[in-house]
Ligand binder design. Structure first.
Ligand code: WT7
Length: 655
């Protein structure tokens, strides 16, 4: 941070200091810098203090951090013991049983209810007892495939109470994707619901589970929550109704203390190869990251109503719907619906109805809602808001400004939070009251994060400001992923070996003249659609399953609303005539992976650009779909340059 003057010259966010709201936890840039410096130079002192302040330990730790990136053996608070659910539920239920833990806003506006910490504790305990009665023991894995309802969070917390490892699979994934994840984690139990509701549409959740289970021999029991009550397939020798099973158990179950380094959950995410990775997070460090970032990034104080719109099937839902807010005894909103149901005022109505103080969503939603016009916003009272957050992909300045002006009414702080499934919690983010913001920049590193920009080729650190390269982290931090389930080598190869001594995030980034970070997007074969990570290889593997497809290549195309859109190229086997091929391929991808992987553009070509050795040159496809066919760069490796004109024309008419 060299030119502090120009940073502090940016306009301060006056509302935080006007006396009408609690004073922010970090009050100035100087205080942030002081704490940040301590977190990097004396991480043991800093994080030991934080861990004692934020977490209740059943056995105190004596060691703070150990291990290294080189050895891939990072551990935090390793000899400490705790129970996650005790921290998130019991301690608040005892101190203040009537405090609201969850506000559940159901798919239909006005439906849903509030959950006190007392009720949450009782329901979590009943479900823990049910899981124990299935014979599950500490370390066993449970898959959760549920709609966005409080019982999904109950299921997670019930697992954590017993030291079971949960693996939540987003309920928009197909039976095939669910099966792949259940098999990889060798889950013994699946917790699900009869059906889901989203924007008035019914999702046949249990039927999808049944289809997946045909190939999941490890699953012994399916616990089914009744959400809609409609008729569903039910196999009484394997399936158990949630309401029947929980009625048989008492509403208390002792929390099982676990080591800070015992696994808390696996969460699958797409990588640059086809197979999704089961990212493993452990208990103590993860909870500390979740707790500290909710507190400092969102400046949460007692009485705040925190709303993160992410589904619990993603890391954002884990950290910022469930574990983070509850670890602070806060109130968290669980939103089952979509932003445009029944109309595009839904989010803003939610803010008004529940007097939400922190609102956290994705740029894609902000862009889509901005497009609907301001009247949907203007009709709502948003005066309760203090902090509004963005996550999942770079937010363009136009969307940032609209968010700041229309939603934040120019007196809220916009926090553009950069992080990943693997980082567990925010790594680069503004801290309200302390770090002045710039539209489009995630600003400065969070406590404990020694962020650096590396030269992508030499791996050398680019010192000073005004530099661009790839983003990496030089320090160990508590909530970082520890491994990929069953494949530690892949963990090392993906994150720790590309640049020895650093954690490699997979994103391009620059540091501007003020030391602010600007995330530029993935530098690997991962594309970001509406803030969801998609592996191009995974989509390609789905397309190739079609008997008429010879080859496929998938790239991201720029998209005004979703950031990037999936653009799939295929070549067909000889002589194939099939007028329906596009529809068949789209259906195939939806079936194999799920609707979130639906290609927006599907382009059948005669030939793909290849090197002489036969490798597809995706760089050319990326440029062509971005409308940059005049900047294709070095084409000397392209085996047949004559295909380019046809390819460009084809893309022009297709996109
Ligand atoms: C990738 C992680 C954990 C957040 C939800 C997505 C991109 C995330 C930002 C941001 C620019 C961002 C990165 C990152 N990303 N937040 N504020 N600005 N890019 O989690 O599926 O693990 O994806 O999302 O490319 O690597 P994920």
């Amino acid at each position: 941070m060299s030119t502090e003057q120009s940073i502090s010259a940016l306009p301060p966010n006056h509302r935080l200091f006007d006396g009408s709201v609690p004073k922010p936890w970090v009050e100035s840039l100087e205080q942030y810098q002081e704490l940040y410096k301590e977190s990097i130079e004396q991480p043991e002192t800093f994080f030991s203090r934080m861990a004692l302040k934020h977490i209740s330990w059943s056995r105190p730790f004596t060691r703070v951090k150990q291990g290294s990136f080189e050895a891939g053996d990072v551990a935090w608070f390793a000899d400490g013991e705790l129970n996650i659910t005790y921290n998130c539920v019991d301690r608040w239920a005892y101190a203040d049983p009537d405090r609201i833990a969850f506000i559940y806003e159901a798919d239909e506006p006005g439906q849903g209810d509030k959950w006190t910490y007392r009720r949450l504790l009782q329901e979590v305990c009943r479900v823990s007892n049910v899981l124990a009665s299935f014979g599950l023991r500490k370390g066993d894995t449970v898959a959760i495939y549920m709609p966005m309802i409080p019982e999904a969070a109950v299921a997670m917390l019930a697992c954590a109470r017993l030291g079971l490892v949960h693996t939540v699979v987003f309920a928009g994934f197909s039976a095939h994707s669910l099966a792949e994840r259940v098999q990889d984690a060798a889950s013994r139990v699946i917790i699900t619901a009869d059906e889901g509701l989203r924007g008035g549409r019914v999702i046949r959740t249990k039927a999808i589970v049944d289809e997946a289970l045909a190939t999941c021999p490890t699953v012994e029991r399916v616990l089914v929550f009744r959400r809609t009550g409609n008729e569903i397939p039910f196999n009484p020798s394997r399936d158990v109704w949630w309401h029947e099973a929980t009625a048989k158990h008492r509403p208390y179950c002792p929390p099982v203390p676990v080591s800070a380094e015992d696994p808390l959950f696996l969460l699958y995410t797409s990588g640059s190869t086809g197979k999704p990775k089961g990212v493993l997070h452990t208990s103590g460090g993860y909870l500390l990251g979740a707790s500290m970032t909710v507190k400092y990034t969102f400046d949460v104080h007692d009485g705040d109503i925190f709303c993160c719109t992410a589904d619990i099937g993603w890391i954002t839902g884990h950290t910022y719907v469930v574990y983070g807010p509850l670890s602070l005894g806060s109130t968290s909103v669980i939103f089952e619906s979509i932003p445009t149901y029944p109309n595009p005022s839904r989010y803003w109505k939610l803010v008004e109805d529940y007097k939400i103080t922190q609102f956290y969503t994705a740029p894609t939603a902000i862009r889509a809602l901005r497009r609907q016009g301001d009247s949907w916003v203007d009709s709502c009272d948003l005066s309760s808001l203090r902090i509004i957050g963005s996550v999942g992909e770079p937010i363009n300045p136009e969307a940032w400004n609209w968010y700041y002006k229309k939603i934040g009414r120019e007196h809220c702080v916009v926090v553009d939070t950069y992080w990943q499934t693997e980082t567990g919690s925010h790594v680069i983010t503004p801290i309200p009251g302390a770090i002045p913001t710039k539209p489009g920049s995630a600003t400065l590193p969070f406590f404990g994060i020694d962020a650096v920009i590396l030269d992508p080729v030499t791996g050398e650190e680019l010192k000073g400001n005004d530099v661009s390269g790839v983003l990496a982290i030089r320090s160990l931090w508590p909530s970082m992923a520890r491994t990929i389930a069953g494949d530690h080598k892949r963990f090392l190869d993906t994150y720790l070996r590309p640049y020895p001594g650093y954690y490699f995030a997979g994103d391009g980034a620059s540091r501007d003249k003020d030391g602010y970070y600007w995330i530029r997007g993935r530098v690997d074969d991962v594309i970001n659609v509406s803030g969801h990570r998609m592996s191009t290889a995974e989509v390609e593997s789905a397309l190739i399953l079609h008997p008429q497809v010879a080859e496929s290549a998938v790239v991201g195309a720029p998209d005004e609303i979703t950031g990037q859109a999936i653009c799939a190229f295929v070549t067909l086997k000889d002589e194939v005539v099939n007028d329906n091929i596009n529809a068949e391929l789209v259906a195939l991808v939806r079936k194999e992976i799920g609707p979130i992987a639906t290609p927006k553009h599907l382009i059948v070509v005669n030939e793909l650009p290849k090197t002489r050795s036969g490798k597809i040159i995706r760089r050319i496809l990326r440029k062509v779909v971005a409308g940059e066919a005049d900047q294709l760069g070095d084409l000397s490796t392209l085996s047949d340059p004559t295909i380019l004109d046809i390819l460009i024309k084809k893309v022009e008419v297709s996109i």
